[in-house]
Design a protein. Structure first.
Length: 171
């Protein structure tokens, strides 16, 4: 398994996150929330992040991008399953590059590595969402051939609504 993405500048290194990276990943999550104009929506803790990335039953994985040894970004992803294809895939939950390293190949290196992992595992797809106002990301994704799924609308159950449905749908 190659640690560096193939077409990234030599100074960019992408490596799997380890347990001692949790404070860094959490800091990057908070920076991402700031960038996405939603800092008040971060309700998780480093302890929860550690549990779900490195605990007994990990639910996700993370990669760290470094430029000349300094943290420059991260990607966090987990498995999916397509019932139509009857095969697994990867959901890229977050990909974030710190401002000083944007447009320098860091995002490309992270995305390439997640794509490589997807292919290495024999999975059939890599999917993610992007905010509709994030034009730099949208432009990049169009340029690499990612297809927007405009006909799909994301939905979410969380908090009280999730607990209500778990107790049984009304009617």
């Amino acid at each position: 398994m190659s640690a560096a993405a193939s077409s990234a500048p030599d100074a960019v290194r992408v490596r799997p996150a380890i347990a001692t990276d949790v404070p860094l990943i959490y800091e990057l999550i908070r920076a991402l929330a700031e960038y996405e104009r939603a800092p008040d929506q971060v309700s998780g803790t480093p302890e929860l992040l550690h549990r779900w990335l490195f605990g007994a039953k990990p639910a996700a994985e993370a990669l760290i991008a470094e430029v000349d040894g300094a943290p420059a970004g991260f990607a966090l992803f987990h498995g999916t399953f397509s019932t139509w294809e009857c095969q697994p895939g990867i959901w890229l939950e977050d990909l974030f590059v710190v401002p000083d390293h944007r447009r320098s190949g860091v995002g490309r290196a992270l995305l390439e590595r997640v794509a490589q992992i997807t292919v290495e595992r024999g999975y059939t797809r890599l999917a993610w969402t992007v905010l509709d106002w994030n034009e730099p990301a949208l432009t990049f994704y169009r340029r690499i051939g990612a297809a927007p799924l405009d006909e799909w609308t994301n939905h979410r159950l969380s908090g009280a609504a999730l607990r209500r449905v778990a107790r049984g749908l009304p009617g």
